[in-house]
Write a protein that binds this ligand. Structure first.
Ligand code: SAJ
Length: 446
């Protein structure tokens, strides 16, 4: 039987008659599966985790944290039979389009760890429909589509790309806490092996993306995604390095940043206690990996080192502040406020607080942790800081912004406040009787 032509597939997509498969039902895959189901497609979602599939089959979202609208949408599209979840690849054989949304981490040597991606390609290749459109949404190192994904799919399917199947990559651009809204509102890059495939992809995504769809080739699409996050990482590292210089010269980095950003075309990012999350710490390494044997990438590598050092700098500030109070870090009780990687989320992946806590414990401090969003660290802040020798703020949770510093002052043993995210102003900290040190704010105390 002749494979579907691109125009036949385009017709099926436009009429929402195409069956969609999604491999990987994590925060990206599940969200996109629900969105296409809501748009009218029949969607088959596949995940290797049977418990996750079981929850989805029951119309329950396995995604932790607050994701407005997602749980309700999932329940709805499952109840009307528009989204079916499975652990068995055989159910993807009917799919006209398959999205691959599996994890693409980097290993300890900062190289891509593609076991999930290669396994998905091999399993899909063995059963995929003739003429199917395969789209990788996972973030991948530039060159991965040409050097890994395409050969694996051709080998497993005994078909040739652009003849027996169509192939492209459309990197995801979602953020925890805003998954559904981002999916609909942020522009996407549709990188196809051919312009016709890119056009097919745009036709598909137009049903859920109400923003620009930019068609291009696969290497460009791979470069854009890894570059946009490496850009952010380098910008944050620049802000952090300026903050360290401000501490050295006695300036306030926040005032410096405010005035720098009044200069045209300046957008200095925010210095802070470090860079965590699922994207920013990882994607620069995927970008560097692509050019590893051919060009230097000193700047991007150095930026990663600057950002990774910030949690250790927070430990240094704590040690210095205790010393100023005549106290030793050894045996000091230190309260760490904030364990997620970002304000007002429960996501702790690559959290800077993890590095800080490890460092403080290595220095033999007695560390207590609080985070209103992370189950194991919830509770009253006052109880957490009681009798402590220093408070270290690592995350700008809204709950911390409204804390009564005067009340905290009565609970602590020594009034030291180390602020990694400028949650408090120097004046309010001093007024409450704290000795205050902030990233980029040279030592300020009475
Ligand atoms: N951070 C700083 N200074 C800044 C901005 C962030 O220290 O100026 C820290 C945060 O505290 C956090 C980390 O960097 O620990 C990452 O923060 P983020 O705001 O970049 O949030 P993410 O990790 O959710 O990044 C996502 C990315 N989106 C996608 O990958 C689709 C990123 O490209 C977005 O720019 C970012 O969201 C966003 O704009 O919210």
């Amino acid at each position: 039987m002749e494979p579907m032509s691109p125009s036949e597939l385009k017709y099926k997509i436009e009429r929402r008659e195409a069956v969609l498969g999604v491999i990987g039902l994590g925060y990206v895959g599940l969200t996109v599966a629900c969105a296409f189901a809501e748009a009218g497609f029949q969607v088959v979602g596949l995940d290797i985790k049977a418990d996750r599939v079981a929850m989805i089959r029951d119309g329950l979202s396995p995604i932790a944290g607050r994701e407005p609208g997602l749980a309700e949408l999932l329940a709805h599209v499952v109840s009307i039979g528009r989204l079916r979840a499975t652990t068995d690849y055989v159910h993807l054989a009917e799919a006209d389009v398959v999205l691959i949304d599996v994890e693409t981490p980097v290993n300890a040597d900062h190289h891509p760890e593609y076991s999930a991606l290669t396994s998905a390609c091999r399993s899909l290749g063995q059963i995929m429909k003739d003429g199917a459109l395969i789209i990788v949404e996972s973030t991948i190192s530039p060159g991965t589509m040409n050097n890994i994904v395409c050969p694996l799919l051709e080998q497993a399917s005994s078909r040739r790309v652009n003849v027996g199947f169509y192939l492209g990559t459309c990197p995801e651009r979602v953020m925890p806490g805003k998954l559904l809204s981002n999916l609909h509102s942020i522009s996407r890059v549709c990188g196809g092996f051919t312009p016709e495939t890119a056009e097919l992809m745009a036709t598909l995504y137009r049903s859920i993306v109400h923003a620009e769809l930019n068609m291009t080739d696969v290497i460009t699409a791979e470069m854009v995604k890894t570059t946009e996050n490496a850009y952010r990482d380098v910008q944050i590292a620049f802000a952090n390095e300026v903050a360290l210089i401000c501490e050295a010269v006695g300036a306030n980095v926040w005032r410096v940043r405010e005035l720098v950003n009044k200069s045209p075309f300046r957008q200095m990012h925010m210095p802070g206690a470090g860079v965590g999350g699922h994207c920013i710490p990882k994607d620069p390494w995927l970008l560097i990996h692509a050019g590893r044997d051919k060009t230097a990438s000193g700047l991007i590598t150095a930026a990663r080192a600057v950002n990774d050092r910030m949690p250790l700098h927070m430990a240094d500030l704590t040690v210095q502040a205790l010393r100023d109070e005549g106290r030793d870090i050894v045996g000091a009780k230190v309260a760490v406020l904030g364990y997620s990687y970002l304000e007002d989320t429960d996501d702790t992946r690559n959290s800077p607080s993890e590095r800080l806590v490890a460092r403080l414990r290595q220095l033999e401090a007695d560390v207590v942790i609080h985070d209103p969003w992370v189950t194991e660290y919830q509770g009253q802040v006052l109880d957490c800081v009681r009798d402590c020798d220093a408070i270290v703020v690592m995350v700008a949770h809204q709950a911390y912004r409204v804390l009564d510093l005067a009340a905290l002052k009565t609970a602590v043993r020594s009034p030291i406040l180390i602020d990694g995210r400028r949650v408090f102003s120097v004046d309010e900290a001093l007024k409450a009787g704290f000795h205050y040190r902030g990233v980029g704010q040279s030592r300020v105390s009475q």
